[in-house]
Design a protein around this ligand. Sequence first.
Ligand SMILES: Nc1ncnc2c1ncn2[C@@H]1O[C@H](COP(=O)(O)OP(=O)(O)OP(=O)(O)O)[C@@H](O)[C@H]1O
Ligand SMILES: [Mg+2]
Length: 389
Amino acid sequence: MPELSVAVVAGDVEQRSVMQVMVDGTGVARTRQTFATYPVATTDPVLRKIHATNPDVVIVDIPSDSLAALRAIELIHQEMPGSAVFALGSMSQPQIIVSAMRSGAREFIERPTTTTDLLEAFVRLSAAQRKVQREEVRGRVFTVVNAKGGSGATTIAVNLSLALQSAHSNVALVDIAPLGHAALHLNLKPAFTVANAIQNLHRLDSSLLESLTTRHGSGVQLLAGTTIPMVVEPTTAEFARLFDMLVSHFRYVVVDASSRVDPTTRLVSNLSQTVLITAHSDVASLWSAAKIQQYLGETGGRERLQLVLNRFHKTPGFTEADAASAAGMKLLWKIPNQYFAASSAIDRGIPLMQQRNSDIARSFIALASRLTESDIEVKRAAWSMFKIG
Ligand SMILES: Nc1ncnc2c1ncn2[C@@H]1O[C@H](COP(=O)(O)OP(=O)(O)OP(=O)(O)O)[C@@H](O)[C@H]1O
Ligand SMILES: [Mg+2]
């Protein structure tokens, strides 16, 4: 881990020197400079001086009279987005902890602090930074849309995300359905939803995004859907920004659009590598799939729209080629019809993928590997070049 540079802001002289010794004592960080006054405005020369030291971390000591320190945290967070702010204060005042975090502090460290506490906070920070750097490779989006309500979009999105997670990890499941059911399928009780992410777009960074998701036992991180209609429908521009953030943080983003067919689903489809249009093999379902394909493809990129036949069973006189031509798109996948397993998985909140030895779980594993085939080719190519070099 590279050495972190630190600036300390503390009104108290003793506190400044104690912090310097402790920071340097961690062995992973070094104090560049300490400051005795809290900046009060964007034009404050102290703020400029802190800026000039270009620190990875600014530690701000919060005395019992906390106002100036909290304002300083807010200013530093705003004006120096590349630096993390660690607040240092007493744990006995929860209101101050909350205010410090709201002002933009990344960590709240208890005073009197120990070198171990500091070391842990520094390690957490650099692990998060490494993650951001690693993920400069943009993640890929797969969107699942129903041809007709109840065709199985949520079942497919949930199980596909679990299959991707077990093969590659770092997967998000984003529920943009009109009424989000994904949490129910995963037996999760999310505290936040897509609506919270949209409301906080102006300050949405990787760590906030992370905290708005709900982690499933498999490791999949769910950005849950709304359970009540949103008061103000977010604009497509807002969704575009949210997805920009999602792909810079996650390797794979699976979207459950279910029966939502509107400009947002079309936008998300355009951002997707593949859109899985889910239908049954009957005439009405395939007719609907064709209509949805036309609507989503109006703005281009039709080749990414592909048909998934759910609850598939062979019908005499009706071939898979017939289904693909009725729907007007390529057949990507067929998922077997296992009604009992599928509905009891939903009722129990234990996804099909967690019953690994079933045909249907194998089908999702194979679907995940089909969708990531080209990624693996890229990795292999890189590996063989590496070996030759
Ligand atoms: N492969 C399958 N075999 C049998 N039944 C299935 C299969 N996939 C889904 N189902 C059943 O279809 C029903 C609808 O599934 P699900 O909730 O996943 O669909 P949905 O298309 O997302 O629904 P909605 O339109 O309400 O969002 C459920 O009862 C589920 O058990
Ligand atoms: Mg659904």
